[in-house]
Design a protein around this ligand. Structure first.
Ligand code: G1P
Length: 288
C-alpha cells in the first residue's frame, strides 16, 4: 500500500538559529527561492505522498500563512504579467493537501508525531524531520516499498563514526546489510552511551511506519531526557513485528544548524536547474 500522509514535526523554537528565528520560523528560511519546508514537501510528493501534516506551534503563525491562498498577491502578480510566478503560488497545496496541527507543549518527538494521529488516521504514514533534507525522493520511495513488502515499519539510517552515536537514535541490526542497503532491525536505542551503542548506524530523519505505531506512541512514557521519544515507540514495534532500516547513502544534508543549512543551500543550489550554472561559476572564481 502506498503511504499517503507524511507528518512533518516543525514546532521547535529554532534556538540554534537565533537571532534569525526570533521573527522568522526556520521552516521558512529560503533554499534558493523556496522555503525550507517546501523542499521537504517536494521530497514527499516525489515519493507519491499527497497529504502533508505539519506539526507546528501557535507561536509560528507564518508557517500556516505560507499555505494560505493570497488573492491580492495573485492579482498584483497577474497585473504585472508575472503569470509564471502566480502559477507557482497557486500550485502550493493544489494537487496535494496540507493539514496543520499544533503542539504547544514540547514534550518530545514522540509527542509531536502523536499530535497528528487523528489527522492521518489508521493507516501507514511517513515521518519526515525537516532538519534533514535529501537530494531526491528515492530513499522515501524505497522505504515505502520495503514497508509494503514486509508489512512492518522502516527507518532510514546512516553510518557515522562511533564517537558521534550518542546524539542520535541507534539501531541494532540483524546481520549484514543487503546490496540495496536494507537490513532487519532487532532493537533501537535513543542516544546511547558510546560503549553501549549496538552499532554505528544512526536513525536519520525519515520513517515509514505502520498504523500500529499510533498506539505505541500514545502509550509512551518519558524516556531519554525526560521526553516522549519516538524511538521508544519503534522499539516496542520491533519487538513484535518485522522492522527494517534502509541506508540513506548520498545526498543527505543536515540543515539543523547554521553551517549545515548554509552548505545545504549551496549543494541544493548547485543541482537547481535555474541557479546551478551561475552558482558553480561564482564558487569557482572564489579565492579560497
Ligand atoms: C531525533 C530522534 C533521533 C534521531 C534524530 C535524527 O533526535 O529522536 O532518534 O536520530 O532525530 O536527526 P533529535 O535530533 O530531535 O534530538
Amino acid at each position: 500500500m502506498q503511504v499517503r500522509s507524511a507528518v512533518i514535526p516543525a514546532a521547535g523554537l529554532g534556538t540554534r538559529f537565533l537571532p534569525a528565528t526570533k521573527a522568522v520560523p526556520k521552516e521558512l528560511f529560503p533554499i534558493g527561492d523556496q522555503p525550507a519546508i517546501q523542499v521537504v514537501i517536494d521530497e514527499a510528493l516525489g515519493a507519491g505522498i499527497d497529504h502533508v501534516v505539519i506539526v507546528s506551534s501557535r507561536s509560528k503563525p507564518a508557517v500556516a500563512e505560507y499555505f494560505e491562498r493570497d488573492d491580492a498577491l495573485l492579482a498584483a502578480l497577474e497585473e504585472k504579467g508575472k503569470i509564471e510566478t502566480a502559477d507557482r503560488l497557486r500550485a502550493i497545496g493544489r494537487d496535494w493537501r496540507v493539514s496543520i496541527v499544533y503542539q504547544d507543549d514540547p514534550k518530545g518527538l514522540g509527542h509531536a508525531v502523536g499530535c497528528a494521529r487523528s489527522t492521518v488516521g489508521d493507516e501507514p504514514f511517513a515521518v519526515m524531520l525537516p532538519d534533514e533534507m535529501m537530494a531526491t525522493a528515492g530513499l522515501l520511495a524505497q522505504m515505502n516499498g520495503v514497508c509494503a513488502s514486509t508489512g512492518g515499519s522502516v527507518v532510514a539510517v546512516a553510518e557515522v563514526p562511533r564517537h558521534a552515536v550518542s546524539s542520535y537514535g541507534v539501531i541494532d541490526p540483524i546481520g549484514p546489510m543487503s546490496d540495496d542497503g536494507v537490513v532487519e532491525v532487532r532493537d533501537l536505542v535513543e542516544k546511547p552511551a558510546i560503549d553501549e551503542a549496538p552499532s554505528n548506524l544512526i536513525i536519520t530523519g525519515r520513517y515509514v511506519l505502520t498504523a500500529d505505531a499510533w498506539d505505541e506512541i500514545d502509550a509512551l512514557e518519558p524516556g531519554r531526557g525526560g521526553e516522549l521519544q519516538l524511538t521508544d515507540a519503534l522499539r516496542a514495534q520491533a519487538r513484535r513485528a518485522p522492522f527494517h532500516a534502509v541506508l540513506a547513502e548520498s545526498g543527505r544534508y543536515d540543515t539543523g544548524n547554521p553551517l549545515g543549512f548554509l552548505t545545504a543551500s549551496i549543494q541544493l543550489g548547485l543541482v537547481n536547474p535555474e541557479l546551478g550554472d551561475d552558482l558553480r561559476a561564482f564558487l569557482r572564481n572564489l579565492e579560497l
